[in-house]
Design a protein around this ligand. Structure first.
Ligand SMILES: Nc1ncnc2c1ncn2[C@@H]1O[C@H](COP(=O)(O)OP(=O)(O)O)[C@@H](O)[C@H]1O
Ligand SMILES: [Mg+2]
Length: 255
């Protein structure tokens, strides 16, 4: 059965979607069967993977409406997608009691549906920047959380409340076996403040922090526009090297 990874941080703009996209593509290119799930009404992961948003055939909205009789959309040989559109925002505004359970039920089967998770090695869920019910739905389904952050004072302070929420989620039995894959530093630049903040993060979170961080780079920012991972789009860049290192480390941490 697949390992399910929720990529989460209630702060926006830290690189959740960028990391989900490159991790999903990178794992698929290594031969793993991957399902990428967009759980953000902004739909940025969806538009990075599909040429046109109207090409979306498998919408996460179906999961939250309990319409489980659909399959993820085939993108390549071993990469599938469940995408999102702005309509997902309506769900977030009309929460019912069991909504947080629905991603798990869809992926790991209820009484009659087949087990979707059996078809994959990795399921990567890109989360929206909030700690509301949609995010909780991803965390209940997940085996691991992966937390991107950036070297900015407020971003690092924000991790305290994120991890507090994860502890509460476990404590109250929402998902006792949820594990932390780690914190990955993104948008790093060679400035003194960034070096200091990276040091601070490592002293607070020790081994939880990935050895490989991702630097800020134009090619990485451009690549989703062309539907390519940075490894495909700009193989000779520092970010490609870093992503390859990050993916190796990711595999080591979740194996
Ligand atoms: N390492 C990076 N170098 C350059 N631009 C980046 C990098 N990581 C993310 N970005 C850009 O920053 C913005 C926010 O990233 P995104 O992945 O959408 O964050 P989130 O999903 O957390 O909101 C996007 O425009 C993205 O292209
Ligand atoms: Mg995003």
């Amino acid at each position: 059965m697949a390992k399910i990874i929720a990529i989460t941080n209630q702060k926006g703009g830290v690189g959740k979607t960028t990391i989900t996209f490159n991790l999903a593509k990178g794992l698929a290119s290594r031969g793993y069967n991957v399902l990428a799930i967009d759980n953000d009404p902004q739909g940025n992961l969806t538009t990075s993977i599909l040429e046109k948003p109207e090409d979306l055939e498998a919408d996460i909205l179906n999961i939250f409406k309990e319409q489980f009789d659909f399959k993820p959309q085939k993108i390549t040989n071993n990469l599938d997608l469940i995408g999102a559109t702005i309509k997902l925002a309506e769900v977030a505004d009309n929460v019912n009691m069991y909504l947080p359970l629905l991603i798990k039920t869809y992926l790991t089967g209820d009484d009659n549906s087949e087990n979707i998770a059996d078809n994959y090695d990795y399921i990567i869920i890109d989360c929206l920047p909030s700690f509301g019910p949609l995010n909780v739905a991803a965390l209940i389904a997940a085996d691991f959380v992966l937390v991107p952050t950036k070297p900015a004072p407020f971003a690092i302070q924000g991790l305290v409340s994120l991890f507090k929420n994860i502890v509460m989620l476990k404590k109250h039995n929402f998902n006792r076996s949820l594990k932390i894959a780690g914190i990955v530093m993104n948008l790093v630049e060679k400035t003194n403040i960034h070096k200091d903040l990276e040091k601070e993060l490592k002293s607070q979170y020790n081994d939880m922090v990935f050895e490989f961080s991702i630097s800020k780079g134009t090619k990485l920012e451009e690549s989703p526009y062309y539907g390519e991972s940075v490894m495909e789009y700009a193989p000779d860049t520092k970010q490609t090297k870093q992503f390859n290192g990050f993916i190796r480390e990711f595999l080591r941490r979740v194996e």
